[in-house]
Design a binder for this molecule. Structure first.
Ligand code: ITT
Length: 190
């Protein structure tokens, strides 16, 4: 099955491709001629996932999906949440975002956090959303070099190590995105 994945994030692309497996051919934005950044103007992950998927559908009329993900930290009232990509700066500066998160949590003992991924799928012009969540906590310093984004700071429940210390396979087995993509697969196969 051929489907467009509306992302410019190569890490997401490889994680999603690994979970979906060989039965699905993921088409990139560049392959359908969309090279500009899709504006993410929504106030929620749900809105942004929908905006990204609709942007692609309106221009290509192809089946497509988009993922919007946020890190929600309890002691920060859910921040950075929908602003996760641009927490510290205007760009996707992972190192600066991680430094800001550690500084905001400095001296705070409640480190509870979760990653939440919302995927918006448009198939045959009909839109559906699925979600994946992983609960965990924010470490006091960065560890590991795998993955991307906040992975060096996020320790999932049931683990002693961060996502950045896990193989891609181990992260995918329990992660927000792995779970959301498993739900997406059910919908696509159903
Ligand atoms: P696209 O919109 O092009 O898909 P993006 O990087 O802007 O890519 P999001 O808005 O969904 O994607 O993600 C917001 C940020 O959340 C992202 O830049 C990372 O910093 C972080 N993030 C997302 N998924 C993550 C993951 O699995 N592990 C660690 N950080 C993640």
């Amino acid at each position: 099955m051929k489907i467009v994945f509306a992302t410019n994030n190569r890490h997401k692309l490889s994680e999603v491709a690994a979970v979906l497996g060989d039965g699905f051919e993921l088409v990139t934005l560049a392959e359908v001629g969309i090279t500009e950044d899709i504006p993410e103007t929504g106030a929620t992950l749900e809105e942004n996932a929908s905006i990204k998927a609709r942007y692609v559908y309106e221009r290509t009329a192809l089946d497509c999906f988009a993922d919007d993900t946020g890190l929600e930290v309890e002691a920060l009232d859910g921040a950075p949440g929908v602003h996760s990509a641009r927490y510290a700066t205007d760009g996707h500066d992972f190192a600066a975002n991680n430094r800001k998160l550690l500084s905001e949590l400095s001296g705070i003992s409640n480190r509870k956090a979760r990653f939440r991924t919302v995927i918006s799928l448009i198939r045959g012009g009909v839109e559906q959303q699925v979600e994946g969540i992983v609960e965990g906590r924010i470490a006091t310093c960065e560890s590991g070099s795998e993955g991307f984004g906040y992975d060096p700071l996020f320790i999932p429940d049931g683990s002693d190590v961060t996502f950045a210390e896990m193989t891609a396979e181990a992260k995918n087995a329990i992660s927000h995105r792995g779970r959301a993509v498993a739900a997406l697969q059910e919908v696509l196969r159903g």
